[in-house]
Design a protein around this ligand. Structure first.
Ligand code: SF4
Ligand code: SF4
Length: 386
Protein backbone atom coordinates (compact mmCIF):
# COMPACT_ATOMS: atom_id res chain seq x y z
CA UNK A 1 0.00 0.00 0.00
CA UNK A 2 1.46 3.31 -1.00
CA UNK A 3 0.72 6.28 1.17
CA UNK A 4 1.79 9.59 -0.25
CA UNK A 5 1.63 11.19 3.22
CA UNK A 6 3.68 14.26 2.62
CA UNK A 7 2.97 14.56 -1.06
CA UNK A 8 -0.54 15.79 -0.45
CA UNK A 9 -1.03 19.13 1.24
CA UNK A 10 -4.48 18.12 2.46
CA UNK A 11 -3.00 15.35 4.60
CA UNK A 12 -0.51 17.83 6.11
CA UNK A 13 -3.40 20.23 6.77
CA UNK A 14 -5.42 17.46 8.43
CA UNK A 15 -2.49 16.61 10.72
CA UNK A 16 -2.02 20.23 11.68
CA UNK A 17 -5.72 20.59 12.45
CA UNK A 18 -5.66 17.55 14.78
CA UNK A 19 -2.65 19.00 16.57
CA UNK A 20 -4.30 22.39 16.97
CA UNK A 21 -7.45 20.71 18.30
CA UNK A 22 -5.24 18.93 20.84
CA UNK A 23 -6.47 15.46 19.79
CA UNK A 24 -4.41 12.67 21.28
CA UNK A 25 -5.58 9.86 19.01
CA UNK A 26 -6.79 10.30 15.46
CA UNK A 27 -6.78 8.19 12.29
CA UNK A 28 -4.73 9.03 9.21
CA UNK A 29 -5.64 6.20 6.88
CA UNK A 30 -8.67 3.92 6.99
CA UNK A 31 -7.65 0.38 6.06
CA UNK A 32 -10.81 -0.87 4.41
CA UNK A 33 -11.00 -4.58 3.69
CA UNK A 34 -14.31 -5.12 1.89
CA UNK A 35 -13.59 -8.84 1.48
CA UNK A 36 -10.97 -11.43 2.42
CA UNK A 37 -11.27 -13.59 -0.73
CA UNK A 38 -8.19 -13.48 -2.98
CA UNK A 39 -7.18 -15.01 -6.30
CA UNK A 40 -3.67 -15.72 -4.99
CA UNK A 41 -2.40 -17.58 -1.94
CA UNK A 42 0.88 -15.91 -0.98
CA UNK A 43 3.01 -17.73 1.59
CA UNK A 44 3.43 -14.68 3.81
CA UNK A 45 -0.26 -13.70 3.78
CA UNK A 46 -2.14 -13.55 7.06
CA UNK A 47 -5.46 -12.44 5.60
CA UNK A 48 -6.96 -15.30 3.64
CA UNK A 49 -6.97 -18.19 6.09
CA UNK A 50 -10.72 -18.24 6.72
CA UNK A 51 -13.46 -20.77 6.00
CA UNK A 52 -15.39 -20.25 2.75
CA UNK A 53 -18.46 -18.83 4.52
CA UNK A 54 -16.27 -15.91 5.70
CA UNK A 55 -14.30 -15.60 2.45
CA UNK A 56 -17.62 -15.28 0.62
CA UNK A 57 -18.75 -12.33 2.73
CA UNK A 58 -18.54 -8.79 1.31
CA UNK A 59 -18.98 -5.36 2.82
CA UNK A 60 -21.61 -3.47 0.83
CA UNK A 61 -20.71 -0.21 -0.89
CA UNK A 62 -22.85 1.63 1.66
CA UNK A 63 -21.00 -0.02 4.57
CA UNK A 64 -17.69 1.06 3.00
CA UNK A 65 -18.81 4.68 2.62
CA UNK A 66 -20.27 4.71 6.14
CA UNK A 67 -16.94 3.46 7.51
CA UNK A 68 -15.10 6.29 5.72
CA UNK A 69 -17.56 8.89 7.04
CA UNK A 70 -17.52 7.48 10.55
CA UNK A 71 -13.75 7.41 10.82
CA UNK A 72 -13.01 10.68 9.02
CA UNK A 73 -9.43 9.83 7.95
CA UNK A 74 -8.37 11.80 4.86
CA UNK A 75 -7.13 8.66 3.13
CA UNK A 76 -8.63 5.23 2.53
CA UNK A 77 -6.45 2.27 1.59
CA UNK A 78 -8.36 -0.71 0.21
CA UNK A 79 -6.43 -3.93 0.72
CA UNK A 80 -8.15 -7.29 1.16
CA UNK A 81 -8.21 -10.07 -0.03
CA UNK A 82 -8.17 -8.85 -3.58
CA UNK A 83 -10.46 -5.82 -3.85
CA UNK A 84 -10.89 -6.19 -7.63
CA UNK A 85 -12.85 -9.41 -7.01
CA UNK A 86 -15.54 -7.33 -5.26
CA UNK A 87 -18.36 -6.77 -7.75
CA UNK A 88 -19.05 -3.25 -6.47
CA UNK A 89 -15.45 -2.08 -6.30
CA UNK A 90 -15.88 0.58 -9.01
CA UNK A 91 -18.88 1.95 -7.13
CA UNK A 92 -17.09 1.86 -3.77
CA UNK A 93 -14.08 3.79 -5.12
CA UNK A 94 -16.32 6.30 -6.93
CA UNK A 95 -18.19 7.07 -3.70
CA UNK A 96 -14.97 7.53 -1.74
CA UNK A 97 -13.47 9.83 -4.39
CA UNK A 98 -16.72 11.85 -4.35
CA UNK A 99 -16.12 12.27 -0.63
CA UNK A 100 -12.67 13.66 -1.53
CA UNK A 101 -10.84 10.81 0.16
CA UNK A 102 -7.44 9.85 -1.23
CA UNK A 103 -7.96 6.23 -2.25
CA UNK A 104 -5.13 3.74 -2.49
CA UNK A 105 -6.53 0.63 -4.15
CA UNK A 106 -4.17 -2.24 -3.31
CA UNK A 107 -4.20 -5.04 -5.84
CA UNK A 108 -2.13 -8.00 -6.95
CA UNK A 109 -2.99 -6.72 -10.45
CA UNK A 110 -4.16 -10.04 -11.91
CA UNK A 111 -7.51 -8.43 -12.77
CA UNK A 112 -6.34 -4.85 -13.14
CA UNK A 113 -6.10 -4.55 -16.94
CA UNK A 114 -9.49 -6.17 -17.35
CA UNK A 115 -11.15 -3.88 -14.80
CA UNK A 116 -9.57 -0.51 -15.64
CA UNK A 117 -12.84 0.63 -17.25
CA UNK A 118 -14.50 0.58 -13.82
CA UNK A 119 -12.36 3.54 -12.74
CA UNK A 120 -11.71 7.12 -13.80
CA UNK A 121 -8.29 8.73 -13.36
CA UNK A 122 -8.37 11.26 -10.54
CA UNK A 123 -5.83 13.01 -8.30
CA UNK A 124 -7.62 11.17 -5.48
CA UNK A 125 -7.07 7.66 -6.84
CA UNK A 126 -3.86 5.59 -6.72
CA UNK A 127 -3.43 1.99 -7.70
CA UNK A 128 -1.02 0.30 -5.34
CA UNK A 129 0.25 -2.83 -7.03
CA UNK A 130 1.63 -5.67 -4.93
CA UNK A 131 5.16 -6.48 -6.18
CA UNK A 132 7.50 -8.12 -3.73
CA UNK A 133 10.62 -7.96 -5.88
CA UNK A 134 11.98 -8.89 -9.28
CA UNK A 135 10.35 -11.57 -11.42
CA UNK A 136 11.63 -14.81 -9.84
CA UNK A 137 11.36 -13.46 -6.33
CA UNK A 138 7.83 -12.09 -6.74
CA UNK A 139 6.47 -15.20 -8.47
CA UNK A 140 7.90 -17.29 -5.64
CA UNK A 141 6.42 -15.00 -2.95
CA UNK A 142 2.95 -15.24 -4.51
CA UNK A 143 3.33 -18.98 -5.27
CA UNK A 144 2.42 -18.61 -8.93
CA UNK A 145 4.47 -18.19 -12.10
CA UNK A 146 3.68 -15.36 -14.50
CA UNK A 147 2.18 -13.01 -11.89
CA UNK A 148 5.11 -10.57 -12.08
CA UNK A 149 4.75 -10.18 -15.87
CA UNK A 150 1.01 -9.63 -15.60
CA UNK A 151 1.48 -7.07 -12.83
CA UNK A 152 4.08 -5.14 -14.86
CA UNK A 153 1.86 -5.21 -17.93
CA UNK A 154 -1.09 -3.94 -15.84
CA UNK A 155 1.05 -1.14 -14.37
CA UNK A 156 1.98 0.01 -17.88
CA UNK A 157 -1.63 -0.21 -19.09
CA UNK A 158 -2.93 1.76 -16.09
CA UNK A 159 -0.28 4.44 -16.53
CA UNK A 160 -1.04 4.69 -20.24
CA UNK A 161 -4.68 5.36 -19.33
CA UNK A 162 -3.68 8.24 -17.04
CA UNK A 163 -3.88 6.54 -13.63
CA UNK A 164 -1.35 7.09 -10.88
CA UNK A 165 0.33 3.82 -9.97
CA UNK A 166 2.58 2.92 -7.06
CA UNK A 167 3.92 -0.46 -6.06
CA UNK A 168 4.08 -1.91 -2.59
CA UNK A 169 6.60 -4.50 -1.53
CA UNK A 170 6.60 -6.62 1.59
CA UNK A 171 10.13 -7.57 2.54
CA UNK A 172 10.93 -10.95 4.08
CA UNK A 173 14.08 -12.53 5.48
CA UNK A 174 16.42 -13.95 2.82
CA UNK A 175 15.78 -11.20 0.26
CA UNK A 176 19.30 -9.98 -0.60
CA UNK A 177 19.81 -6.19 -0.35
CA UNK A 178 21.35 -6.12 -3.87
CA UNK A 179 18.17 -7.61 -5.32
CA UNK A 180 15.94 -5.19 -3.45
CA UNK A 181 18.09 -2.35 -4.82
CA UNK A 182 17.67 -3.69 -8.39
CA UNK A 183 13.93 -3.95 -7.80
CA UNK A 184 13.89 -0.29 -6.70
CA UNK A 185 15.79 0.62 -9.90
CA UNK A 186 13.02 -1.12 -11.83
CA UNK A 187 10.37 1.04 -10.13
CA UNK A 188 12.24 4.10 -11.44
CA UNK A 189 12.19 2.60 -14.96
CA UNK A 190 8.46 1.96 -14.62
CA UNK A 191 7.94 5.51 -13.36
CA UNK A 192 6.10 4.44 -10.20
CA UNK A 193 6.38 5.36 -6.54
CA UNK A 194 7.15 2.58 -4.09
CA UNK A 195 6.30 1.66 -0.52
CA UNK A 196 8.15 -1.05 1.37
CA UNK A 197 7.47 -2.64 4.68
CA UNK A 198 8.93 -5.59 6.57
CA UNK A 199 6.34 -8.39 6.62
CA UNK A 200 4.41 -8.66 9.87
CA UNK A 201 4.74 -12.13 11.40
CA UNK A 202 1.11 -13.19 10.92
CA UNK A 203 0.37 -16.18 13.13
CA UNK A 204 -1.75 -17.76 10.35
CA UNK A 205 0.67 -17.25 7.44
CA UNK A 206 1.73 -20.57 5.86
CA UNK A 207 5.44 -19.62 5.87
CA UNK A 208 6.56 -18.84 9.42
CA UNK A 209 10.29 -19.15 8.68
CA UNK A 210 10.97 -15.96 6.78
CA UNK A 211 9.68 -13.09 8.88
CA UNK A 212 12.39 -10.56 9.70
CA UNK A 213 13.26 -9.72 13.29
CA UNK A 214 13.98 -6.10 14.20
CA UNK A 215 17.76 -6.35 14.13
CA UNK A 216 17.80 -8.02 10.72
CA UNK A 217 15.24 -5.53 9.38
CA UNK A 218 17.36 -2.52 10.34
CA UNK A 219 20.55 -4.04 8.95
CA UNK A 220 18.84 -5.01 5.68
CA UNK A 221 17.30 -1.58 5.14
CA UNK A 222 20.63 0.12 5.91
CA UNK A 223 22.28 -2.02 3.24
CA UNK A 224 19.53 -1.21 0.75
CA UNK A 225 19.57 2.53 1.44
CA UNK A 226 23.38 2.60 1.20
CA UNK A 227 23.00 1.30 -2.37
CA UNK A 228 20.45 3.98 -3.17
CA UNK A 229 22.67 7.01 -2.60
CA UNK A 230 22.35 9.30 -5.61
CA UNK A 231 19.52 7.28 -7.14
CA UNK A 232 16.01 8.54 -7.73
CA UNK A 233 13.98 5.91 -5.86
CA UNK A 234 10.57 7.46 -5.24
CA UNK A 235 9.47 6.25 -1.80
CA UNK A 236 5.90 6.90 -0.74
CA UNK A 237 7.05 7.19 2.86
CA UNK A 238 8.13 9.99 5.11
CA UNK A 239 11.90 10.37 5.61
CA UNK A 240 11.52 9.67 9.33
CA UNK A 241 9.81 6.31 8.68
CA UNK A 242 12.68 5.29 6.40
CA UNK A 243 15.13 6.51 9.05
CA UNK A 244 13.27 4.32 11.57
CA UNK A 245 13.57 1.28 9.27
CA UNK A 246 17.31 1.92 9.13
CA UNK A 247 17.51 1.83 12.93
CA UNK A 248 18.10 5.55 13.46
CA UNK A 249 14.89 6.33 15.34
CA UNK A 250 13.31 4.53 18.26
CA UNK A 251 9.55 4.76 17.88
CA UNK A 252 6.53 3.25 19.55
CA UNK A 253 3.75 2.31 17.17
CA UNK A 254 0.53 4.27 16.65
CA UNK A 255 -2.00 1.47 16.12
CA UNK A 256 -5.01 3.82 15.84
CA UNK A 257 -3.28 5.77 13.02
CA UNK A 258 -4.48 3.26 10.42
CA UNK A 259 -7.63 1.67 11.80
CA UNK A 260 -9.00 -1.38 9.98
CA UNK A 261 -12.63 -2.04 9.09
CA UNK A 262 -13.61 -5.38 7.57
CA UNK A 263 -16.53 -7.83 7.51
CA UNK A 264 -16.03 -8.51 11.25
CA UNK A 265 -16.31 -4.83 12.23
CA UNK A 266 -13.58 -2.44 13.46
CA UNK A 267 -10.51 -4.53 14.21
CA UNK A 268 -8.73 -4.18 17.57
CA UNK A 269 -6.06 -2.90 17.79
CA UNK A 270 -4.73 -2.54 14.24
CA UNK A 271 -4.71 -3.81 10.66
CA UNK A 272 -2.14 -6.50 11.49
CA UNK A 273 -3.51 -7.88 14.69
CA UNK A 274 -7.09 -9.08 15.20
CA UNK A 275 -7.72 -9.21 18.95
CA UNK A 276 -11.42 -8.48 18.93
CA UNK A 277 -13.85 -6.23 17.08
CA UNK A 278 -15.91 -3.12 17.78
CA UNK A 279 -19.22 -2.23 16.14
CA UNK A 280 -18.38 1.43 15.57
CA UNK A 281 -15.24 3.50 15.11
CA UNK A 282 -16.02 5.37 18.32
CA UNK A 283 -16.31 2.09 20.21
CA UNK A 284 -12.95 1.00 18.76
CA UNK A 285 -11.27 4.20 19.97
CA UNK A 286 -12.98 4.20 23.37
CA UNK A 287 -12.79 0.54 24.33
CA UNK A 288 -9.42 -0.65 23.00
CA UNK A 289 -6.82 -0.88 25.74
CA UNK A 290 -4.17 0.83 23.61
CA UNK A 291 -1.54 0.77 26.35
CA UNK A 292 -1.34 -3.02 26.21
CA UNK A 293 -0.19 -3.15 22.57
CA UNK A 294 3.09 -2.34 20.88
CA UNK A 295 6.66 -3.57 20.85
CA UNK A 296 7.86 -4.25 24.39
CA UNK A 297 4.26 -4.56 25.64
CA UNK A 298 2.86 -7.56 23.80
CA UNK A 299 4.60 -10.65 22.44
CA UNK A 300 2.78 -10.51 19.09
CA UNK A 301 4.15 -6.99 18.55
CA UNK A 302 7.78 -7.90 19.28
CA UNK A 303 9.17 -7.73 15.74
CA UNK A 304 6.67 -5.40 14.15
CA UNK A 305 8.15 -2.48 12.19
CA UNK A 306 5.34 -2.31 9.64
CA UNK A 307 4.36 0.98 8.02
CA UNK A 308 0.76 0.84 9.26
CA UNK A 309 1.93 1.06 12.87
CA UNK A 310 4.96 3.29 12.49
CA UNK A 311 4.29 5.63 9.56
CA UNK A 312 1.69 7.49 11.67
CA UNK A 313 4.28 7.75 14.45
CA UNK A 314 6.81 9.18 12.00
CA UNK A 315 4.17 11.61 10.67
CA UNK A 316 3.46 12.88 14.19
CA UNK A 317 7.19 13.11 14.94
CA UNK A 318 7.67 15.22 11.79
CA UNK A 319 4.83 17.50 12.84
CA UNK A 320 6.26 17.93 16.33
CA UNK A 321 9.82 18.37 15.12
CA UNK A 322 9.85 19.72 11.55
CA UNK A 323 13.54 20.70 11.76
CA UNK A 324 14.55 17.14 12.51
CA UNK A 325 12.39 15.88 9.63
CA UNK A 326 13.97 18.45 7.33
CA UNK A 327 17.47 17.49 8.51
CA UNK A 328 16.81 13.80 7.74
CA UNK A 329 15.48 14.63 4.31
CA UNK A 330 18.53 16.84 3.55
CA UNK A 331 21.10 14.46 5.03
CA UNK A 332 19.52 11.28 3.64
CA UNK A 333 19.16 8.07 5.62
CA UNK A 334 22.13 7.29 7.87
CA UNK A 335 23.40 3.84 6.92
CA UNK A 336 26.33 3.43 9.30
CA UNK A 337 27.25 4.18 12.90
CA UNK A 338 25.43 3.24 16.09
CA UNK A 339 21.69 2.56 15.95
CA UNK A 340 19.07 4.06 18.26
CA UNK A 341 18.61 1.95 21.40
CA UNK A 342 16.13 -0.93 21.08
CA UNK A 343 12.90 -1.05 23.09
CA UNK A 344 13.11 -3.19 26.25
CA UNK A 345 11.28 -6.49 25.61
CA UNK A 346 11.64 -7.94 29.10
CA UNK A 347 8.14 -6.98 30.29
CA UNK A 348 6.00 -7.86 27.27
CA UNK A 349 2.81 -9.77 28.06
CA UNK A 350 2.38 -13.21 26.53
CA UNK A 351 0.47 -13.69 23.28
CA UNK A 352 -3.21 -14.62 23.40
CA UNK A 353 -4.66 -16.77 20.64
CA UNK A 354 -8.28 -15.95 19.84
CA UNK A 355 -8.44 -16.42 16.07
CA UNK A 356 -10.54 -19.62 16.17
CA UNK A 357 -12.95 -18.14 18.73
CA UNK A 358 -13.57 -15.11 16.47
CA UNK A 359 -14.05 -17.28 13.41
CA UNK A 360 -16.59 -19.46 15.26
CA UNK A 361 -18.46 -16.37 16.46
CA UNK A 362 -18.65 -14.98 12.92
CA UNK A 363 -19.73 -18.32 11.50
CA UNK A 364 -22.60 -18.60 13.98
CA UNK A 365 -23.69 -15.00 13.08
CA UNK A 366 -23.62 -15.95 9.39
CA UNK A 367 -25.72 -19.06 10.08
CA UNK A 368 -28.25 -16.97 12.05
CA UNK A 369 -28.43 -14.38 9.23
CA UNK A 370 -28.95 -17.11 6.65
CA UNK A 371 -31.67 -18.79 8.73
CA UNK A 372 -33.47 -15.45 9.21
CA UNK A 373 -33.24 -14.71 5.47
CA UNK A 374 -34.61 -18.18 4.60
CA UNK A 375 -37.46 -17.72 7.08
CA UNK A 376 -38.35 -14.31 5.65
CA UNK A 377 -38.30 -15.73 2.13
CA UNK A 378 -40.57 -18.63 3.13
CA UNK A 379 -43.00 -16.25 4.86
CA UNK A 380 -43.13 -14.04 1.77
CA UNK A 381 -43.75 -17.05 -0.47
CA UNK A 382 -46.56 -18.24 1.81
CA UNK A 383 -48.22 -14.81 1.86
CA UNK A 384 -48.00 -14.55 -1.96
CA UNK A 385 -49.54 -18.04 -2.31
CA UNK A 386 -52.37 -17.09 0.08
S1 SF4 B 1 -2.31 -10.95 -2.97
FE1 SF4 B 1 -2.41 -10.02 -0.93
S2 SF4 B 1 -4.34 -10.75 -0.04
FE2 SF4 B 1 -3.90 -12.05 -1.82
S3 SF4 B 1 -2.86 -13.81 -0.93
FE3 SF4 B 1 -1.28 -12.36 -1.59
S4 SF4 B 1 -0.83 -11.10 0.23
FE4 SF4 B 1 -2.78 -12.18 0.61
S1 SF4 C 1 3.37 -3.16 17.13
FE1 SF4 C 1 1.60 -1.82 16.89
S2 SF4 C 1 1.17 -1.82 14.70
FE2 SF4 C 1 2.49 -3.58 15.10
S3 SF4 C 1 1.07 -5.29 15.45
FE3 SF4 C 1 1.50 -4.39 17.46
S4 SF4 C 1 -0.13 -2.91 17.79
FE4 SF4 C 1 -0.14 -3.41 15.61
Amino acid sequence: MAIPFFKEMRIGGYLLKQKMLGRKRYPLVLMLEPLFRCNLACVGCGKIDYPDAILNRRMTAQECWDAADECGAPMVAIPGGEPLIHKEIGEIVRGLVERKKFVSLCTNALLLEKKLDLFTPSPYLFFSVHLDGLKDHHDKAVSQKGVFDRAVSAIKAAKARGFTVNVNATIFDGHPAEEIAKFLDLTVELGVGVSMSPGYAYERAPDQEHFLNRTKTKKLFRDVFAMGKGKKWNFMHSGLFLDFLAGNQEYECTPWGMPARNIFGWQKPCYLLGEGYAKTFKELMDTTDWETYGTGKYEKCADCMAHCGYEPTAATAALNNPLKAMWVSLRGIKTSGPMAPEIDMSKQRPAQYIFSEQVQKKLSEIRKDEAAAAQAKAAQKASTAA
